[in-house]
Design a protein around this ligand. Structure first.
Ligand code: CDP
Length: 195
């Protein structure tokens, strides 16, 4: 069975947590596509070359979750050649037997426009900054909020595959939801589609 769940949204909205929980619940494979961009950003050198030669070792770096890696990712993610180099891998992953969950920024709009379920997970910038600040333990809350806002603007403002909900995406605002509540809402939506 092929079944693709596309989960998009801005930084620290809860996409990763929801995606992992959904994948574990239904036994689907999960791909955090942000990790691909983080690895390209942290590899250094020419970003397109880095994207074309990305290997398992690059994806196993321990610093990929840092604020610096998020920043580097969003800078290389504006480059059309970098994005193009990562498309085939993501589409192959989405088409695997047994179901797949992909989270990112352009999964429902560009990578898998035919996904069976499309969720757009969001939350207020203040709430997302606080979550990211607690998670990374880096910088001050004000600095992290500034970074979140700058990253939102870059991700939404780029010409190639900007962050936006697909027309048929269901928006899940997690600002006032606990992790369990947000996951439950996602499970209900997916279960209904699985039939
Ligand atoms: O975890 P968080 O939401 O902060 O970030 P991420 O999903 O790891 O993505 C890091 C950056 O990679 C984003 O700010 C985007 O610029 C870029 N990205 C993208 O352009 N397209 C994707 N499918 C995934 C990430």
């Amino acid at each position: 069975m092929k079944f693709c769940v596309a989960i998009d949204g801005p930084a620290a909205a809860g996409k990763g947590t929801i995606s992992r929980a959904v994948a574990a619940h239904f036994g689907f494979a999960h791909l955090d596509t942000g990790l691909l961009y983080r690895a390209v950003g942290m590899k250094g050198g020419d970003p397109t070359q880095a994207a074309c030669t990305l290997c398992a070792e690059d994806l196993a770096r321990p610093d990929l979750r840092s604020l610096a890696a998020g920043e580097a990712a969003s800078r290389v993610a504006v480059l059309p050649d970098v994005r193009a180099a990562l498309v085939a891998f993501q589409r192959d992953f989405a088409a695997r037997e047994g179901g797949a969950v992909l989270d990112g920024r352009d999964i429902g709009t560009v990578i898998c426009p035919g996904a069976e379920v499309k969720l757009f997970v969001t939350a207020s910038a203040e709430c997302r900054a606080e979550r990211r600040w607690r998670e990374t333990g880096e910088g001050s809350l004000a600095e992290v909020l500034e970074q979140v806002r700058a990253r939102d603007a870059r991700d939404m403002g780029r010409a190639d595959a900007p962050l936006r909900p697909a027309e048929d995406a269901i928006t899940l605002d997690t600002t006032t939801l606990s992790i369990d509540e947000a996951v439950d809402k996602a499970l209900v939506i997916i279960r209904a589609r699985l039939g």
